[in-house]
Write a protein that binds this ligand. Structure first.
Ligand SMILES: [Zn+2]
Length: 85
């Protein structure tokens, strides 16, 4: 009876094995990628993202990016500090 072999039961059983192997490798990649992503997270953020901080000079709202990369200063104060005063 050829109909029983056309049910497709044998095919799906073999494919998941390869899928499992694949996702295991991509899982490890995701882990190391996430770790790296965390370190550079705020660097790639926009200047108006996560405005949860305050400029230590004028107390204006600043982003996580400014906090981490602009010495806790808003763009104005950061410019001043850089010598444009
Ligand atoms: Zn400021």
């Amino acid at each position: 009876m050829p109909q029983t072999t056309l049910t497709g039961k044998e095919l799906p059983e073999e494919e998941p094995e390869e899928d499992e192997f694949w996702s295991e490798g991509s899982f490890a990649e995701t882990m190391s990628g996430k770790d790296w992503e965390l370190k550079k997270r705020t660097f790639h953020m926009k200047h108006n993202e996560e405005m949860n901080y305050n400029c230590k000079q004028c107390n204006t709202k600043i982003s996580a990016h400014n906090k981490d990369w602009h010495a806790n200063l808003c763009d104005k104060c950061f410019d001043k500090m850089m010598g444009n005063d």
